[in-house]
Design a protein around this ligand. Sequence first.
Ligand SMILES: Nc1ncnc2c1ncn2[C@@H]1O[C@H](COP(=O)(O)OP(=O)(O)OP(=O)(O)O)[C@@H](O)[C@H]1O
Length: 561
Amino acid sequence: MNFEAPTLVQAQAIPVVLSGRHVLVNAATGTGKTVAYLAPIIHCLQGQEPRVERSDGTFALVLVPTRELCMQVYEILQKLLHRFHWIVPGYVMGGENRSKEKARLRKGISILIATPGRLLDHLKHTTSFLHTSLRWLIFDEADRILELGFGKEIEEILEILGSRQNGHVGKENSDSCDSKPQRQNVLLSATLNEKVNHLAKISLENPVRIGLHDEKIQSVLSSEDLGSLGSYAKNEFEHPVKLMSSSNEDFRVPAQLVQRYMKVPCGSRLAVLVSILKHLCETGTSQKIVVFFSTCDAVDYHYSLLSEFKFSPYPQPEELRDGFVRCKTLRLHGNMKQEDRRNAFQAFKTEKSALLLSTDVTARGLDFPKVRFIIQYDPPGEATEYVHRVGRTARLGERGESLLFLQPIEMDYLQDLVKHGISLSEYPLLKVLDSYPLHDQKYRGKRILTLEMHPWVLLLQKALESFIFAEPRMKKLAQNTFCSWVRAYAAHRGELKRIFMVKKLHLGHVAKSFALKEQPSLVGQSFQKQTKKRKRDEKQKGLSKQRKFTRKTTQNRKQPQ
Ligand SMILES: Nc1ncnc2c1ncn2[C@@H]1O[C@H](COP(=O)(O)OP(=O)(O)OP(=O)(O)O)[C@@H](O)[C@H]1O
């Protein structure tokens, strides 16, 4: 794979995973965590005598939160197993054909990558799925698996597999490949926080923590006595809950990443987004950009808009042959058909220049080569999501930039990020807007006082509104997107509710941000929402009588992202 040396997290984690200890790994995005757990597993399996066979069933299970990450880990695994043809890789995930998966499981898969729902399905219903030899259970992006509402599935999976397989796990300094196989569990993420506490408690026994206290671990490593990591961890783990309970924990973002924000009034958001995208796509030779939105509808709407909107400030008609933003545009979200998701994922990987519009389904773990720019058009939820979104660029020491859109009423979000050790500088927006040509004499030499009054923004907004008004299909899409966007805005949780308050929004300006001249009615929508909520509450009450356990875990429910 042309790797010349291990990354820091690999140098730290590989010996520990080889030692057989349970491990909790926390390292910045794009630092090579995938190989940090796959390499030692493969090392152990390839050396096993007699050779592992398909009929032995599954030795290692890797759980990931999304289908795309599942495919990505599987592809890396295939490459790593190139020379070890007797070790069989495989994956099972939502959206795929169950019977085909069953057939593959029946034949035997040595290392299996899975999304939690589909794995549980097979554990319950595929009798030929053999997992009695299971030695490794990996939770990649552990916190996200829980955030997506897979808590119940994980508890059931652990129940079926036996959470820690009890007994003593891997002695310090010993190579567990040679010793009697024991179950070993590994949890990884760039943002391990208090959410993982419960999972860590029920799945890990006396684990080694990697990356959470770098200075200490560094000094242990430099003493060239990797074995002492075990005793270090032992002491640190006497109070694991206390160590992980800080909600203001610093999150690591790649040091070379240039992080900026832009204060944009709501009504000008769309015109500014389109201008920035045009600017980025037309400067520099190749650009790969990811733009994050809060809902699947918003991705679809902006995708259609960018694909179809044509406008030129110049009078020359030939300018109008191409789209306003000249860049191959792709989209990826959880409401798309599996085949389309797969195609978009593969296409963005291979394109040299492209624009990917996506929801948070792309935020975790995906390793698209050479992404240079991340735009968070709709602000993320918690700071963890900010970290993972920007982590799609500046991977493994490469350069990268990120840009966060904030409305004037949302500026406190910057303080929230500062609490996690993340600080942003302001993007020179006016400079970009001023670079666009204006032919109307009345604007010449005028001082621009506010962004909303910038002549370019006014001109473009007018063109966008005319385009939407003239296309009934686009208008309908814009109206639906407006409603789901407001609902998503209202769904911000915890502390963030104080920053992202629906009642502070000017809904007329929100409508403008979808190029609508008038604000669509939310009445029908809120009524539907209330009915849904009532039904949900009633259902939950009924269930709570039957099973207390279920109530606890349904609070976090899975939604297409
Ligand atoms: N030792 C190495 N030398 C060079 N490149 C490496 C090495 N290890 C991994 N890589 C490359 O680094 C990139 C990032 O790796 P990976 O996706 O595993 O990061 P990650 O830490 O899991 O990121 P995230 O937190 O976003 O999931 C990949 O393109 C991978 O091929």
